[in-house]
Structures are given as C-alpha cells and as structure tokens.
Write a protein that binds this ligand. Sequence first.
Ligand code: FES
Ligand code: FES
Length: 200
Amino acid sequence: MDDFDAHHTRERRLIMAPSTSSVITLNINGEKYTLPVDHRTTLLDALREHLDLTGTKKGCDQGQCGACTVLLDGRRTVSCLQLAVAAEGRDVTTIEGVADGDRLHPVQQAFLDLDGYQCGYCTPGQICSALAVIEEHAAGWPSAVTADVRPEAGPPPLTADEIRERMSGNLCRCGAYVSIVQAVAQAAEVQATGTEEAVA
Ligand code: FES
Ligand code: FES
C-alpha cells in the first residue's frame, strides 16, 4: 500500500468510527438541560455528576437497592440502569422536583410525620417510588399479592402487604420499613381524600 492509499484508508476509518458521545436535552422537573454525554453515561450519573442534582442517590449501582429511583414519564425506574441518552425527550422527575416550592408533597410530609427515614440515604428513592405506587394502586394496577386481579374488581385495599410488595424494590439498610409502610398509607389517604386532616 503506497502512502496515498494508507492515508485514505486511515481517513475512511476515522469517518466511519462511531461517535461515542452526543449532546442531549433532558427534561428534568419541568426544566430543560442540554449537555454532552458519553453514550455509556447512566441517567443517574448524568443527574449527579453532570447536572449537580445530587438528591438522587447511588447505592448499589446495579439495580438492586432502589436508592436511585426516579420517575420517567411518571413510571418509576432505577436510574443506574437507564442510559441518559435513552431518557432524551422524556419527563424525568427527581426528588428535587417533588415539592411544590416550600410546600412538601403529601408523601414527603408523611415520611416526616411518621419518621419514615433514618439515614436519609434511601429516602429520595423511597419517596419517588411511593409517588408512583400510590398512583399505580389508585389506577387499579394489581400487585403480586393482589388476590383478585380482575379489572372489574377495582383497586384492592392498600393494605400493609400491598404497600410492602409494591415498595419491595427499595431497600432501607437501617430498617425503617414499619414507618415507611405507615407513611405510604398516610400519603395515599391524604391524596385520595385531598385533605391532610383526614389522617390527623
Ligand atoms: S443504585 Fe440503582 S438500584 Fe441501587
Ligand atoms: S432510611 Fe435510608 S437506609 Fe434506611
């Protein structure tokens, strides 16, 4: 191969080499963020390392603890297993977007009222999961412990077993489970009745 051919072969390789990064726009908590990311960057790392949204926590980084749970188009997802590029154009809700200004969301208030956390490390993920759990239940979605899964049966009572099963993807290493179950039940009641006095 003469110099001319070698040069052009190198150029072709460069042109054909796939790009390993992209500039993406993420819609997080109602705001748009445009950022360059390596295609292998997880949504969790994009939030924490690129955008300084550190409310979402990294626990296992393997999809097993739920600490990194955020809402993607309203559905809970473990952000450590989600590529940032795959979240482009979708609505991401992190713990920073849950409160309404200074007014806590009923789920946050219930966690406070009932000591639903101790270390606080798992709490952002627990709260994001609880938000979706309450909506999924109200919409009539069954869980693995729902006895009657026929659509006409409607939502099952949100018993402690239902809450435990639906929240089972979120681990709490210091054992606040009893309070967390109570907090989810209280928040579900507040949201269903629209009044915080309902559970006072
Ligand atoms: S950090 Fe994502 S599930 Fe544990
Ligand atoms: S409150 Fe976070 S691990 Fe228990």
